[in-house]
Design a protein around this ligand. Structure first.
Ligand code: HEC
Length: 187
């Protein structure tokens, strides 16, 4: 009898606040998986196109293919996926909301203080939604289109100013944070 009571107590303890934590842990793992599925494919496609046809020809990869891939991932997983930045290139889809902005500012500070940018992420359950962001660090590959403006090729400069008159997404150096992948799901 005593034993049964003890088991009962242990079960009660583990299905109390702990199960909420377990649920959030599971959501974090799922969100991270969704968020990390996009960048490697995008980087491979960018590399491939730049090598084959040059940086200018690769602009549609970041412009059209990235949102298309994000849409496909959303359809497959039920998570909404987008990219946002404190210095958005595309005003129509990359302006962060307040929660994303706070995370981006925190990531910038932590990267400047020496934390590895690739590790920066944040997950949080807010009301009936789970949200997660993961930093997108600037790599050498990104500089051709996001580096200092005087180092961009004339063709890239022209294409960018034609497509994005409001472009803020230049002037980056390697290791800075270009933006985040932001994913969210209603619970
Ligand atoms: C060939 C040029 C090119 C390269 C190389 C490139 N980008 Fe971009 N990037 C763009 C363009 C163009 C956009 C605007 C996309 C749109 O219209 O939504 C963009 C948008 C983004 C955005 C969305 C936020 C915003 O500002 O609109 C992120 C995040 C981003 N790029 C990260 C990167 C990272 C990280 C790399 C390197 C791994 C990279 N890009 C390499 C051209 C490029």
């Amino acid at each position: 009898m005593k034993k049964i009571l003890l088991v009962g107590a242990v079960l009660a303890a583990s299905f109390g606040p702990t199960s909420v934590l377990a649920e959030e842990d599971a959501l974090l793992v799922e969100a991270r998986k969704v968020a990390t599925s996009l960048p490697p494919k995008l980087i491979a496609a960018l590399q491939d196109e730049i090598q084959k046809s040059g940086a200018e020809a690769a602009i549609p990869v970041c412009k059209d293919m990235a949102p298309k891939m994000a849409g496909e991932i959303s359809q497959q997983t039920g998570w909404k996926v987008k990219r946002v930045s404190l210095k958005a290139r595309n005003d129509a889809r990359a302006i962060p909301d307040a929660w994303e902005k706070a995370a981006l500012e925190d990531f910038d500070k932590r990267a400047a203080a020496g934390e590895p940018p690739a590790k920066l992420e944040k997950g949080e359950k807010i009301g009936n939604e789970y949200r997660f962001v993961k930093a997108l660090p600037v790599q050498p590959l990104c500089l051709g289109c996001h580096g200092p403006i005087d180092q961009l090729s004339p063709g890239i400069k022209a294409a960018l100013s034609q497509n994005y008159p409001n472009d803020r997404a230049t002037g980056y150096s390697e290791g800075q944070i270009r933006g985040v992948i932001s994913v969210r799901k209603s619970l």
